[in-house]
Ligand binder design. Structure first.
Ligand code: PAF
Length: 249
């Protein structure tokens, strides 16, 4: 069986966890590295996206990748692009802030699946809305989510963290602190208040959204929702950070 780990490069320990998980299931582990222009709203963001191909090869190999595939644009999009439409969940939160983003994601994931033809594909839970939207593609490829890898202070590992200033990096764990403090709150209202209060103490964090949703469809969670998840996104130093955490014991 072959397992695919789609990435945009600038690999870190979070990606290595995905590769190790793939390796525990299969001898054939393909890591794709492709910065997909379709999922960026502006060209500036593509230019700023960190690139470290040599280090990526080292990290992927060390974690157990058997093939590292760095396709060029023409290989992925050889002719006119037929952009796929992501499920309704794609209009909410991350999708509302980044119009067209998830259509770009499902389009490239579909192309990667068409070309590599893996039996399974692994994605990080850090991009939880993306993971749910990829599940909703209902492809024949088995989709597996792997828990977020965090730094010593709780900050979720992300390729974008390298763009934070020294001060920004210190305050970036406000997202984790807010979710962790709210996790065991007895009601949604109290959990939301804890999140809002924690976030408001950090003046460097420009919050986009910080809410507790139903994991299944990203509607706002109520106290009776079975699987509730806090989702938070915002900017520090102009760098967009997103994270999430299952609420409850
Ligand atoms: O999560 C990512 O890095 C990207 O969205 C993905 C899944 C590789 C598609 O380009």
């Amino acid at each position: 069986m072959s397992v695919l780990i789609p990435t945009m490069g600038a690999l870190h320990k979070g990606h290595q966890a995905l590769i190790k998980r793939a390796r525990s299931m299969s001898k054939e582990v393909v890591v794709s590295i492709f910065i997909n222009p379709l999922q960026f709203e502006n060209k500036d963001e593509i230019a700023k996206y960190p690139r470290s191909p040599e280090r990526d090869i080292q990290l992927a190999t060390l974690a157990g990748a058997t093939e590292i595939w760095m396709p060029d644009y023409e290989e992925i999009y050889p002719c006119e692009i037929k952009k796929l439409k992501a499920s309704a969940m794609a209009d909410l939160y991350e999708g509302a802030s980044r119009p067209g983003h998830f259509d770009g994601v499902v389009t490239v994931v579909n192309r990667l699946f068409e070309i590599v033809k893996p039996e399974a594909a692994i994605f990080g839970e850090k991009d939880f809305q993306q993971l749910q939207i990829i599940h909703a593609m209902k492809s024949a490829v088995e989709i597996i989510g792997v828990p977020t890898v965090r730094a010593y202070d709780g900050l979720a590992l992300s390729s974008r963290n390298v763009r934070l200033s020294e001060h920004g990096r210190i305050s970036a764990n406000v997202i984790y602190r807010a979710m962790a403090a709210a996790r065991l709150a007895p009601t949604i209202a109290i959990a939301q208040e804890i999140i809002d209060t924690t976030i408001s103490t950090d003046t460097g964090f420009e919050c986009d959204y910080a809410v507790i949703v139903n994991e299944e469809d990203f509607s706002l969670a109520t106290d009776s929702t079975k699987h509730k998840r806090a989702i938070i996104a915002g900017w520090i130093d102009g760098v967009r950070l997103i994270d999430n955490m299952r609420m409850g014991a």
